[in-house]
Design a protein around this ligand. Structure first.
Ligand code: GLT
Ligand code: MN
Ligand code: MN
Length: 400
């Protein structure tokens, strides 16, 4: 890690490599282009990005094949780019824990990649992905993300959604075999999004993806890469999405950012929106001791110059660490603990000598059916959630 810029304080919220924060090259590297406006910032080289992020305390960078090696690059150009990039990694100690394929920018993928109606396009998508997997593995990646940006439709007349799912399955089965055949140590992480850039995308939420994974030939190799923005767009609670993924052992990666519900994919700075949602997400990741990368998939506001981009990156990490401290405060708060202890007492209460968890057998079923419940008494007791939520809010607002 090189010298931290003096602009940022050196305190307990200063990010360090051991915090495992990563950024996509495409995130800080985004020059501020949007569907209505031209770029507002100069394009930065991957080498520069690696050096700057290292100064800020990041652990590593993640990339698409084309973030590093332009689509049209000659073999000689490829070698030089790769040599320089590896040099920057070696100099800074930065890692590349995750890689992915760009299957959405090139015109050839306008109708889809793995789910395209054109078999030659599907073949090209497989070939591009295998080469990109080779590149990722060469750079040390152990997670490989699949985000199907063009895997969708504007008109349902063009494609039977069952065919789309079948084609996507065929591609993933093929690529799992490719990884196994080459003896790569690589897991796949599927990233859902409901829409954008297509009118509707197939497998639109992490829940859809999760069900799909168990239909694959090697479900053990495949998990999820949920993104805050992609689940908040359709109004879902992101910590519930992540909770289900964690409980299933399928949280292989995560895309942290900020989003208002019901909008286009805003990819805002982590915790810049819905700080309470961000708090419960950090709480879940920390409470579960999840050991994955804290990856930011977001963009600086288009209003920003280059300094604004580094502010955006630094503050993304800082906010995570601030929320992590708030989680510790939540757990240490005596009043919160008392409410949670009371809840736990209810959770472990027995019913007629049975429970608190229930496994079916005939005797238990008969005992439960025969038990005389005090439903009125049970219903009379409130849960103190107004107070619990206010105490949590006060922790977050900094008065506890
Ligand atoms: C693109 C998309 C992200 C995905 C990236 C990985 S590409 O920036 O908006 O959500 O995670 O392919
Ligand atoms: Mn993403
Ligand atoms: Mn997004």
């Amino acid at each position: 890690m090189s010298q931290r810029p003096s602009r940022y304080p050196n305190d307990k919220f200063t990010p360090r490599p051991e915090d495992h924060f990563t950024f996509g090259l495409w995130t800080v590297g985004n020059p501020g282009r949007d569907p209505f406006g031209h770029p507002v910032r100069a394009v930065m080289s991957p080498v520069k990005i690696v050096h700057e992020l290292s100064k800020l305390g990041a652990y590593g960078v993640n990339l698409h094949d084309e973030d590093l090696i332009p689509f049209e690059a000659s073999p000689a150009e490829r070698d030089k780019i790769l040599r320089d990039f590896k040099g920057a990694l070696a100099e800074t100690g930065m890692k590349v824990p995750m890689a992915t394929t760009n299957l959405f920018s090139q015109p050839v993928f306008r109708e889809g990649a793995f789910t395209s109606n054109d078999a030659q396009v599907r073949a090209l998508a497989l070939a591009k992905t295998m080469k990109s997997i080779d590149l990722g593995v060469e750079l040390g990646a152990s997670t490989y993300v699949f985000w199907g940006g063009r895997e969708g439709v504007e008109t349902n007349a063009s494609k039977d959604p069952r065919d789309a799912v079948k084609r996507f399955r065929e591609a993933l089965n093929f690529l799992c075999e490719y990884v196994r055949d080459n003896g790569y140590n690589l897991k796949f992480a599927l990233e859902a999004k409901p829409n954008e850039p297509r009118g509707d995308l197939f497998l639109p939420t992490s829940g859809h993806m999760l069900a799909f994974i168990y239909t694959l030939d090697h479900p053990d190799m495949v998990g999820l890469n949920p993104e805050v923005a992609h689940e908040v767009m359709p109004g879902l609670d992101f910590s519930h999405v992540v909770g289900q993924a964690l409980e299933a052992g399928k949280l292989f990666h995560i895309d942290l950012n900020g989003q208002k519900p019901g909008r286009y994919d805003q990819d805002l700075r982590f915790a810049s929106e819905d700080q309470k949602g961000a708090f419960f997400l950090v709480k879940l990741l920390e409470d579960s001791r999840w050991d994955g990368m804290r990856h930011f998939d977001s963009h600086a506001y288009r209003t920003e110059d280059e300094q604004g981009v580094w502010d955006f990156a630094y503050y993304s990490m800082r906010s995570y660490l601030i929320l992590k401290e708030k989680v510790a405060r939540f757990h240490a708060d005596a009043d919160i603990r008392e409410i949670l202890a009371t809840l736990e007492k209810r959770n472990t209460a027995q019913t007629g000598g049975l429970g608190p968890s229930f496994k079916y057998d005939k005797k238990t079923a008969a005992a439960l059916k025969g038990f005389s419940f005090d439903a009125t008494g049970l219903a009379a007791k409130g849960y103190e959630y107004e107070r619990l939520d206010q105490l949590t809010t006060e922790v977050l607002l900094g008065v506890r």
